[in-house]
Structures are given as C-alpha cells and as structure tokens.
Design a protein around this ligand. Structure first.
Ligand SMILES: [Zn+2]
Length: 416
C-alpha cells in the first residue's frame, strides 16, 4: 500500500482537540490510515517519505445548510428589517431574476465552495438546478428537494410527483456521494399533512430530511396563535387561509414528525431552553446559520443554550440572498466573535464533524482512521491555539492535500 505521510505543526482532527507536532497517514484513495503525535506515528512508517507542513492540517468542511441555486441573488436582497421584509424582497427578486436559471452564478458558487475546502453540503433546492454543479466537483452530502404550499391536495400531489420529476430531470442521479431526499420548507408554509408525508417518505427510505424551524418570532406567532406578521404576509401573498394549528410550536413540530433522528432542524434562533431540551432528547440534528440570522434580523442563535442542552450543532451559511459568502468557516468565526468563551476547536468541530454527523456522513468531517474527509492545510505559525489561528485567518488560502470523493460510501443510494 502506498501511503502519503504529512507531518504538521498542528492537526485539527475535527472531532477532537488539536494535536501539536502531529502526523497524518493517508492511503492513495484518501482514506486516513493513522493520525496522532508525530513521535508515535512516524516510527510506524520508517523509510517512507514525509512531507513537512508548516501550519495546520484539518479535514474538509461541511456546510450543513445552504441553497446554492439562489446564488445569483448575492447582494440583491436587503437585510436588517426582519424576516417578513426580507422574504418579501427575496421572493420579488426571485420572481424577476429566476436565480435557478443563472447557471453561471451557480457554477461560481460551487467553485467558491471548493475553494473554501467544502466537501459536503446540505443543499436545499426547489429546482434541482445546482445538483450538476455540485456533483461535477465531487461535493457530497444531500440535495434536499424542498416542497411548500398550504393547499393540501395540491401540495400532496407535488410530494407524490417528486420521483417523476427527479427521474425526468436527472436520470443519472442521485450518485452515491450526493444523495437526494424530499424536505418540507417550514411548518407555516407547508401543510401539516405534506410535512408528515415528506418526513415519512424520507425516513421510510432511510434518508435524512431537513426543515427550517423556529427561525423568527413571527413563525411562533403564526403556529401558536394564527395571527401576526407571518400570517398576514402568507395570506396576502398566497391568497390562502390555512387552518393554523394554534398549538405550542414544538408540540406541533412533534405532531408532524420532525422531532426525531435523521431530521435536520435549521436555525432555532427563537428556540427556548425547554424546547432545546426536547430537541436534544429527540435526537434530531441542529444546524445554526448565524450570519444569515444576523443579516435578516440582527439576531444570533442561542449558542450557549444550545450547548447547555447537550446539542452539538452543525453550521450552515444559508443562501447568498442572506449572506456574503458560502464559507462555513466564516460562520464559526462569526460565533467566535460573539461567544468568545466557546473554545475555538469546538467551533471548528461544528463546521466539520458535527456537520458530517448531521448529514449522516461519518466518513467525512474528521481526520480519523478509516474516514475519508479530504485533507486541507493553512500555512503559518499557529502559536498556541491552532483552531483560533484558523478562524483568525478565515481568508487565508486553504490548500488541498488529499481529496478522494465520487467513489464514496454514502448514506443513501436509492432515489425515492
Ligand atoms: Zn435556508
């Protein structure tokens, strides 16, 4: 077996604290053979050539929530005025510009993902327009085919037609590395029966699925009281008058089946401590998108409460309609600036191993024997805290040292 041996000032394994003066051994397929202190690892491979890395070695990043198809909306939707103003402006721009038809913007965004060392995404899509751009670059994870609508018959027809749409548009897909699953949009834009059907459809096939949850106060008001700005907006926009549940938000979330393992709950900016405890108990995955929350509402996800509940959150950038870049490490950096007591390596874990687990891809997100995470490096003198150095140098070039995808072990192979 030919191996490649890297001897680095620091290895950030992703799932564990950093290791100083460390070595990583990978085989020619990119699978990690061994990682640990250089003094322990190197003697096992006496005589082999060793590459010296003056800097930090870390695993490929996982952006657990994004919408690559909206990339043409970069800079076009103003923020800072709250969710309803944002989503109204976003839909207006989307209607006018059809960002999913802008193949060039999608290709550029996929290149950016590669450039910032992203190996996997939880990509939410209505159009499947970014699937080719992601697949061609060996970016894995999930395309979550999102459905919304409060007209029960209409939206259930759409749910049941997803398979045909997929087969017609992408007969050669999903691949083993970039998997496909249906997903509801939110509890207030997707009929409760459709949410149930989508979750059953995904979980029944051992896929994962995703939903935006507790993103803003108007959402809670809509579900719990059936009034407020989100209800006004939704009814004005769609001319529909849904039967609002008028139940506690997380009781409703439980009743439609989203509080369970293999479901990614995205945002939780408005979730309270007791609700976070319920999520922790349910085993659902959590994805925080701090820069998007800051952009839209000037709010932050409750990171301390999330961690105190025992949740290990993943991070996502959301789309370029509410963010400046698709760099998930910049999310960790944004949290570091506002939650300085959280250890930097734990923030890096959110952008690597926690994301990999949220996507059900334990072969990614950590430099660990048997994993195939993609190995990257940032050069420089990292001092005493390499994770802090990595976050402080978010703009530094990330050099790819090993990458082997497209032949991967994936969570799912069968389309629904
Ligand atoms: Zn989103």
């Amino acid at each position: 077996m030919t191996v490649r041996i890297l001897h680095a000032d620091h290895v950030l394994p992703g799932d564990e604290p950093p290791i100083a003066d460390a070595a990583v051994v990978v085989d020619e397929g990119g699978t990690v053979v061994e990682v640990g202190r250089a003094a322990e690892v190197l003697p096992h491979h006496a005589g082999a050539e060793v590459e010296r890395v003056r800097g930090i070695v870390f695993p490929g990043l996982v952006n657990a929530h994004t919408h690559v198809e909206l990339s043409a909306m970069r800079g076009k939707v103003p923020g800072g005025r709250g969710f309803v103003a944002w989503v109204d402006a976003m839909l207006g721009v989307r209607f006018e510009h059809s960002p999913e038809d802008d193949a060039e913007a999608i290709e550029r965004a996929a290149d950016d993902l590669v450039r910032c060392a992203t190996v996997a995404v939880g990509d939410v899509t209505n159009s499947l327009a970014a699937v080719g751009a992601l697949s061609r670059r060996g970016i894995g994870g999930w395309a979550f085919h999102e459905v919304f609508g409060q007209d029960r018959e209409q939206v259930l027809r759409r749910v049941h037609g997803l398979h045909e749409e997929l087969a017609a548009r992408h007969p050669e897909w999903p691949t083993r590395d970039l998997a496909y699953a249906p997903a509801p949009h939110t509890l207030y834009t997707t009929h409760a029966d459709a949410v149930r059907a989508l979750v059953e459809s995904a979980l029944g096939r051992e896929l994962r699925t995703s939903i935006h949850l507790a993103e803003h106060a108007g959402e809670r008001r809509a579900i719990e009281h059936g009034d407020g700005p989100v209800v006004e907006w939704f009814e004005r926009r769609t001319k529909q008058k849904p039967a609002w549940p008028k139940a506690p938000l997380f009781d409703h979330a439980r009743d439609v089946g989203v509080l369970r393992p293999a479901v990614l709950l995205v945002h939780l900016t408005e979730a309270r401590s007791d609700e976070l405890a319920r999520i922790a108990e349910s085993g659902a995955s959590v994805v925080l998108c701090p820069r998007s929350n800051l952009y839209i509402e000037a709010k932050l996800p409750p990171l301390h409460a999330v961690m105190k509940a025992g949740i290990e959150p993943a991070l996502g950038t959301d789309s370029l309609a509410s963010n400046a870049s698709l760099d998930v490490l910049a999310e960790a950096r944004a949290l570091q600036e506002r939650f300085p007591t959280v250890p930097a390596w734990e923030l890096v874990r959110m952008a690597t191993w926690n994301g990999a687990r949220a996507l059900g891809r334990t072969d990614l997100g950590r430099i660990h024997a048997g994993a195939r995470p993609g190995i990257y490096a940032v050069q420089g003198d990292a001092g005493g805290d390499p994770a802090a150095f990595l976050l402080a140098n978010v703009r530094a070039p990330r050099e790819r040292l090993s990458h082997a995808f497209g032949r991967g072990r994936a969570a799912a192979e069968a389309p629904p």
